[in-house]
Design a protein around this ligand. Structure first.
Ligand code: ADP
Length: 176
């Protein structure tokens, strides 16, 4: 595949709240009022003003995304997306998760974001199998980058070595 697309997707191991990118994506829930995992870490690092702005948004349906400022985070923006809760794969989970990536990238583009970092949406508390989620994520990102010129870098931030290996492999197979 197109070499320049592969160069625009980076896999790193680490904490998404620490990254110096224009936007980080939060694995939020439909209330947008905070929770555990990535969501808890994002709210702790951004400070209470983030929750104040989130309250005004009135929630977000599964598969969609909303944008706020990043407040105390190094990132200027937070894009909150709501992944599907994994049931058995027969309840639209794939399409909803693909929507998270598509809609987050569309919001990033509309806001002039050049660098964006995603955690592995839905693969923690929501139980989505990570290999399957990583394939979907890379496929959607690649499709988006093929027609988009403004986003320079999409970072896949992995919590732990096994998550890193899974995402590296997905990029190698699907965008390499
Ligand atoms: P969800 O509810 O969408 O499943 P979680 O926050 O529970 O979201 O987890 C999503 C993924 O992000 C999991 O793979 C988890 O290990 C990982 N994760 C948790 N905290 C962080 C963090 N600070 N930075 C990056 N990834 C994280």
């Amino acid at each position: 595949m197109n070499h320049s697309i592969k160069k625009r997707i980076e896999v790193v191991e680490g904490d998404v709240t620490k990254l110096r990118v224009d936007a980080i994506v939060n694995a939020a829930n439909t209330t947008l009022l905070g929770g555990g995992g990535v969501d808890g870490a994002v709210h702790r690092a951004a400070g209470p003003e983030l929750l104040e702005e989130c309250r005004k948004l009135g929630g977000c349906p599964t598969g969609q995304a909303r944008i706020t400022k990043g407040y105390k985070l190094p990132a200027k923006w937070v894009i909150h997306t709501v992944g599907p809760v994994w049931r058995d794969g027969e309840h639209g989970e794939d399409e909803l998760l693909a929507g998270c990536y598509r809609n987050s990238l569309a919001l990033a583009e509309q806001n002039g974001v050049k660098t964006i970092a995603f955690p592995s949406i839905s693969t923690g508390a929501y139980g989505f199998p990570m290999e399957r989620a990583a394939s979907l994520a890379v496929t959607e990102i690649k499709t988006f980058l093929e027609r988009n010129r403004s986003i320079e870098k999409v970072v896949l931030v992995c919590f732990g070595k096994s998550a890193f290996d899974i995402h590296k492999q997905a990029v190698r197979e699907l965008a390499g």
